[in-house]
Design a protein around this ligand. Structure first.
Ligand SMILES: Nc1ncnc2c1ncn2[C@@H]1O[C@H](COP(=O)(O)OP(=O)(O)O)[C@@H](O)[C@H]1O
Ligand SMILES: [Mg+2]
Length: 255
C-alpha cells in the first residue's frame, strides 16, 4: 500500500451557512498526493482554488472531511500549528514578510518557525547570517550583499523571491503557492517561476501551485489538476500532461 505524503478526504466547505448568501464552495474534494509530487492547480475565478489552499493551511475550520499529512490528521490543528510543516506563498508580495525588518531578520523568523528557544538565539548568530547569505545568493538577485536592508525597501519581485525562500527554509512537508507570480511583471514572474521549480525539485518538496498561466501549468510539475465550481474535474499525470497542449487545455478550461 502506498503511503501518501498528503491526503484530502471528502472536504466540504460552505460559507454564510443558513443565510441568503449561503455558498457551497468546496463540494467533496478528494486528493492523494505522493511525496515529491508537484501539482499545478488551475480553474476559473471563484472555482475554489484559494479556498482549498486556505482549508489545507487552516485559515478556517473545515465543515466536513479530513486532511492527512503523512497519515496524521491535521484538520483540527490551528493555522500557526500547521505553519510548522506547511509553507505558503500568496499572490501579494506584501504578505509573508515583515516590511520594517531586514532580510536577515525575516529569514531568521522563518528559520525559527516551530523551533525551541535555544535555537531561536542561535538563529541570529553570525553562522546563521553566513548560511542566509548562501541561501539568498541562490536567488541570483545580489541580495546576499543587502541582508541588513529592510524588506519594505525591496521591489515586489525581490520581496516575493525572499518570501519564497522563507517558505522553503524549513523544508516544509507541503508547499502551497497561490498565484505567487501573478502580481509581478512578466520578466520577474518568469524568473520567480524558474527559481520556484529549482527549489522544489532540488529539495524534492511536495507542492501545490495555483496558476492562471496554462503554459506554466503544463511546463512545471508532474501533475495537473483543474477545479470547476468546487470540484476537481481533471487530474492529469505526468504522461498525460506531456501530451496536452495549451490550446487543448484552454478548451477544457472554458467548458
Ligand atoms: N472566507 C470566505 N467567506 C465567504 N466567502 C468566501 C470566503 N472565501 C472564499 N469565498 C467565496 O468562495 C468562492 C471561491 O473563492 P476562491 O476560492 O477565492 O476562488 P479562486 O481562488 O478559485 O478564484 C468565491 O465565490 C468567494 O467569494
Ligand atoms: Mg484564488
Amino acid at each position: 500500500m502506498t503511503a501518501y505524503q498528503f491526503e484530502i478526504q471528502h472536504i466540504h466547505q460552505t460559507f454564510h451557512k443558513g443565510t441568503a448568501n449561503e455558498h457551497h464552495v468546496l463540494k467533496g474534494i478528494d486528493l492523494k498526493v505522493k511525496k515529491g509530487d508537484f501539482i499545478c492547480l488551475i480553474g476559473g475565478n471563484g472555482s475554489g482554488k484559494s479556498t482549498l489552499l486556505n482549508a489545507i493551511s487552516g485559515s478556517f475550520p473545515i465543515d466536513e472531511g479530513k486532511l492527512l499529512l503523512k497519515q496524521k490528521e491535521i484538520q483540527s490543528l490551528k493555522e500557526y500549528q500547521r505553519a510548522k510543516f506547511i509553507g505558503r506563498v500568496f499572490q501579494d508580495p506584501n504578505l509573508g514578510t515583515s516590511p520594517r525588518m531586514t532580510i536577515a531578520e525575516n529569514l531568521s523568523i522563518a528559520q525559527k518557525r516551530g523551533a525551541k528557544r535555544s535555537f531561536i538565539k542561535r538563529a541570529t548568530s553570525s553562522n546563521a547570517v553566513k548560511q542566509f547569505s548562501k541561501e539568498v545568493e541562490m536567488l541570483e538577485l545580489g541580495l546576499e550583499n543587502r541582508l541588513n536592508t529592510e524588506i519594505g525597501l525591496l521591489s515586489g519581485g525581490q520581496r516575493q523571491a525572499i518570501t519564497l525562500l522563507m517558505s522553503v527554509l524549513q523544508k516544509p512537508e507541503l508547499l502551497l503557492l497561490d498565484e505567487h507570480t501573478a502580481a509581478l511583471d512578466p520578466k520577474i514572474a518568469k524568473f520567480i517561476m524558474k527559481k520556484t521549480n529549482e527549489l522544489i525539485t532540488k529539495q524534492h518538496l511536495t507542492a501545490m501551485m495555483v496558476t492562471h498561466n496554462l503554459q506554466d501549468a503544463l511546463s512545471y510539475g508532474n501533475r495537473l489538476i483543474m477545479m470547476q465550481a468546487g470540484k476537481i474535474v481533471l487530474d492529469l499525470n505526468q504522461t498525460e500532461k506531456e501530451k496536452m497542449t495549451v490550446e487543448e487545455l484552454y478548451q477544457l478550461f472554458s467548458q
